[in-house]
Design a protein. Structure first.
Lengths: 239, 239
């Protein structure tokens, strides 16, 4: 059974300000929930139409109609879990770090978090203008990777001014990434979907790189930020 | 002014069966429409709130309220164009071809078409189970690339049986793509979001390849199909 206050809390968690206020975020879908239950994240309450056989005090059995009332999805998927937002760890500056300058699309951020997980990027640093990583659409796209990547929201200019790492940024006129020597430790910056890397960040980039285009002159001007990130992380890791 | 029959036609074009029946598809957003007007695609009618200064018989000036009635978007973007669906050209089998085995998500297909355009892949071959490339959400994600990639829907098994090209497929247990010699001509097959490459197609794959994972053992099982396609096309092209 769902209480009114539970419905109210969950509905609020769609919005960033309430996620920050309450310190909770919502996860939907059996597979992702199961994966997160096995992670270091802390469950607050699981609302589900079928028991997960976890501690009874953490689980609330609900009907499909009740799930529809609280779900953020058009087609709810059997369970909805509320987890505690973890406190981010300090940024580990010994390896390759990915930094995002105002990435706005939740699907893109979710895909990028999954890429970090795949390529063993432990630290993702987001500008304060980047979409919140606990946005339900981001969580949906991460497929469970959210628990394995340390994500900090910071003032990127301050962060770059404090680090001695080389800072790589993707630009149309940068050096060919396929022939450039790439280091094991450094920061790769990816920019906003429409505007790319901002002027303020461009000023602190030490190495401009670019993915060569193979199409004809009329070809697309740019790649989607998530696919460009995929190619660049692959280049840094392939050695 | 919009006529009732125009509203009815456009609304129908949301569905694949009516797109096939009428031979038209819908494009929204000024930038993409402008790009497609300069392509080899044929415009049927442009419905717009601001003139594009094209041949008056091709342009219908409408109000924002009228645009809202016909738009497929939550936030309509000044214009909606109806273009003729082009007849695909025969598949060019002299270079690198990308084949999709039941990719279902419109956003993924759109991103993949944009990747083909970037990497100069002239031919995309889709299984009949793959989402229709003239689906409005696909068009939205292609950012204009739809006019520059030749897309055929075929029975993939028949197509592979008729070709002498090496057929590469992405599998978890495939050969490391970073160290494998990749040819200039061949087919790369990408599978369905949830199930990967189907058994029937697996049987005709001549080379299994894989993108190495760098995360720890608990890391994500797989990459999103669009990001995996980005990395593999980049590997084929980088030489």
């Amino acid at each position: 059974m769902l209480s009114k206050s539970q419905i109210k809390l969950i509905t609020k968690l769609k919005q960033k300000k309430y996620r920050l206020q309450h310190g909770f975020f919502v996860v939907e879908g059996i597979k992702t929930i199961q994966e997160l239950l096995q992670s270091k994240l802390t469950l607050y309450t699981l609302f589900t139409t079928e028991t997960f056989n976890i501690d009874a005090k953490d689980e609330v059995l609900i009907t499909e109609t009740e799930l529809k009332r609280i779900s953020f999805l058009t087609t709810p998927n059997k369970a909805l879990a509320v987890f505690k937002i973890p406190k981010p760890k300090p940024i580990n500056t010994t390896g390759l770090i990915l930094a995002l300058d105002a990435v706005r699309d939740p699907g893109n951020l979710g895909t990028i978090i999954r890429l970090c997980d795949w390529f063993g990027i432990t630290d993702l640093v987001c500008s304060n203008e980047t979409v919140d990583c606990f946005n339900p659409k981001v969580i949906q796209a991460t497929m469970g990777s959210i628990s394995r990547v340390n994500i900090n929201y910071v003032d990127l200019v301050d962060f770059f001014n404090e680090t001695n790492l080389p800072v790589f940024g993707a630009f149309m006129e940068g050096e060919n990434v396929y022939t450039k020597q790439l280091p094991k430790a450094g920061v790769l910056v990816m920019g906003n979907e429409a505007n790319g890397i901002s002027k303020a960040i461009e000023a602190v980039i030490t190495e401009k790189i670019s993915i060569p285009r193979f199409g004809n002159l009329q070809a697309t001007e740019s790649l989607n930020v998530a696919t460009a990130t995929a190619i660049l992380l692959s280049e840094f890791r392939r050695g």
